[in-house]
Design a protein around this ligand. Sequence first.
Ligand SMILES: [Zn+2]
Length: 267
Amino acid sequence: MTIDSTAINFHEATIDREIAERHGELWDADQNVERAHDAVHRAARDRQQRRMGWGMTGEEARATVEQMLLNENLMAHQLGYLRLTLDTLDTAIQTQDEAHEAYRLAETNYTGWTRFFLVQNANGHIHSSLQCSTCTRTTRFAWLTDMSGLTASDAVEAHGERLCSVCFPDAPVAWHESYYGDEKKARKAARDAERAYKASEKAVKAKARALTHHYAVRFTRDDGEVFTHEDRPRTLASVTREVEESGGADGYNGRYEVVDTDTGEVV
Ligand SMILES: [Zn+2]
């Protein structure tokens, strides 16, 4: 995405785009070093242990290859291959060092604004840093540099409700729960949000009504006779308290109803 020079986050996005480029180069350099290390292990005739990595340490593998280079019985092309694996590793490590330094330098321009990183898989979340505890070292991120310096709600608007709940603990739950590839969750989050909104509306209305309505208390005596007491404006809480304080007295056995006399409804 190109950056609009009038965007409110032009400064942050421009700097982060530069840093992200350096970060991408560092990622590639890391991968190259790993590949070069593997080549040295293979040249040393090391074996890969199941799930445990190589049998030798990197240093042992290198020392083994260096020892093999002293073998006078090897053919020129064999020696050439061994030398090449060591040279390739040295070059990869040097490039990695340079990439690391370039990234570190670029990062000194960062002064702490918001950042957003999208994990590149079907249900990938948006994280606020590359160091999120829910991600692994091999997690691939897309750095959303055009969002740098903006808010979590901007990120949701642009990329959907897929915020990481560890990185954004204060964001509304609906921004965490629904993400691409999971329509069911998205619909449930929308329903929950609607229900919560309606409940809050209802609570506000009930509160307003409690203050302005007339309430009466309707007692039913044991012999079936009904008495209505105290028809006057008051809050529902005060009428309920009043009834509870006198409840069960006078043979009413606590059988009563609070009636909203403006609407005739039993509350
Ligand atoms: Zn996270």
